[in-house]
Ligand binder design. Structure first.
Ligand SMILES: NC(=O)C1=CN([C@@H]2O[C@H](COP(=O)(O)OP(=O)(O)OC[C@H]3O[C@@H](n4cnc5c(N)ncnc54)[C@H](OP(=O)(O)O)[C@@H]3O)[C@@H](O)[C@H]2O)C=CC1
Ligand SMILES: O=C(O)C1=N[C@H](C(=O)O)C[C@H](O)C1
Length: 265
């Protein structure tokens, strides 16, 4: 049986790719294309909007009656209402929006006591594999005699509103835990002095139409290792989100991430 899926944020850059990729997946049945009540795309056919032909699925600000999973790539302003709706209806949720407040993060944790949620700053398989590799690198290098400087450089398209990316922050969390590093710095200018040991540096580049690129630099004295992962288009995130929606079928309430979905835990 195909997984009946609602796309939340259906008119956006990611929403349109989700409609396109989901419409080609025999194990997915798109049953809703939800967007803001102010969206200029309301009532348009989601398939035509996404460039894959008519799907008889109008973009709407209303939810259909039923589904097996909701996939959200939208905006933080839409998070509270979405999460409340999923809890009320008992709908499993794949949550991909970044740039949430601490209160919203807590709301999602509370919701996960009632419904199963996969939440990940990146749904990409290669990004999640690189997270695992950076955890290993961090654990391996943390006591190196020369000291190790970790710098995270991310590049994204000019339209991105949050910085640093949710993925960069997730990399930082994973590496910080693995190495016991708790400080952070965001860019440098002026005369900040010599680099302290106990911090991770973040650098957010915004340029053109880049769909997402992360480079993790582990700098030692005498050698450097860099882990780099780059998307060539947005379909890696869409594919990952559908993998998560299928994985959620029959799962008990709980907060999961793509490491769980991909068996990388
Ligand atoms: N976890 C992951 O793998 C990835 C996460 N992302 C994240 O996904 C999010 C979306 O990215 P992107 O598609 O590029 O952004 P876009 O701005 O292109 O899309 C956001 C969509 O959400 C819609 N929206 C706004 N308000 C509401 C509402 N109240 N209810 C429903 N929909 C609403 C917008 O409509 P309108 O334009 O009319 O306001 C728009 O269609 C970002 O937070 C991004 O960081 C992106 C890629 C991968
Ligand atoms: O806004 C984007 O485009 C992306 N956002 C996510 C993030 O903030 O990490 C994931 C991906 O890198 C693309």
């Amino acid at each position: 049986m195909a997984v009946k899926t609602i796309i939340h944020g259906a008119g956006g850059r990611m929403g349109q790719r989700l409609i396109a990729v989901g419409s080609q997946d025999a194990d997915i049945q798109l049953v809703g294309a939800v967007d803001s009540e102010h969206s200029s795309h309301l009532a348009k056919d989601a398939g035509e909007l996404a460039g894959v032909g008519t799907l008889n699925l109008p973009v709407s600000s209303d939810y259909p009656d039923d589904c097996d999973a909701v996939i959200d790539f939208s905006v933080p302003e839409a998070t509270d209402a979405l999460v409340d709706q999923c809890v009320k209806r008992g709908w499993p949720l794949v949550f991909a929006t970044t740039g949430l407040s601490d209160e919203q993060e807590q709301r999602i944790r509370s919701a996960a006591e009632v419904i199963p949620i996969v939440k990940a700053a990146s749904m990409s398989a290669t990004v999640n594999l690189t997270m695992k590799l950076s955890e290993i690198a961090g654990r391996t290098l943390k006591n190196h005699s020369s000291g190790v400087d970790v710098e995270i450089i991310e590049r994204h398209h000019r339209f991105k509103e949050d910085a640093p990316s949710g993925t960069a922050l997730a990399f930082g969390r994973i590496i910080g835990e693995a190495m016991g590093v708790s400080g952070e710095t965001h860019g440098r200018s002026g005369r900040p002095g010599q680099r302290p040991r106990n911090e991770i540096g973040y650098h957010a580049v915004r340029t053109g139409d880049n769909p997402g690129e992360h480079t993790i630099v582990f700098g030692l004295l005498g050698e450097t290792i860099e882990l780099k992962v780059a998307a060539s288009n947005r379909d890696c995130y869409a594919t990952g989100a559908f993998t998560a929606a299928k994985w959620l079928e029959g799962k008990p309430a709980g907060l999961y991430d793509m490491q769980d979905v991909l068996g990388l835990r």
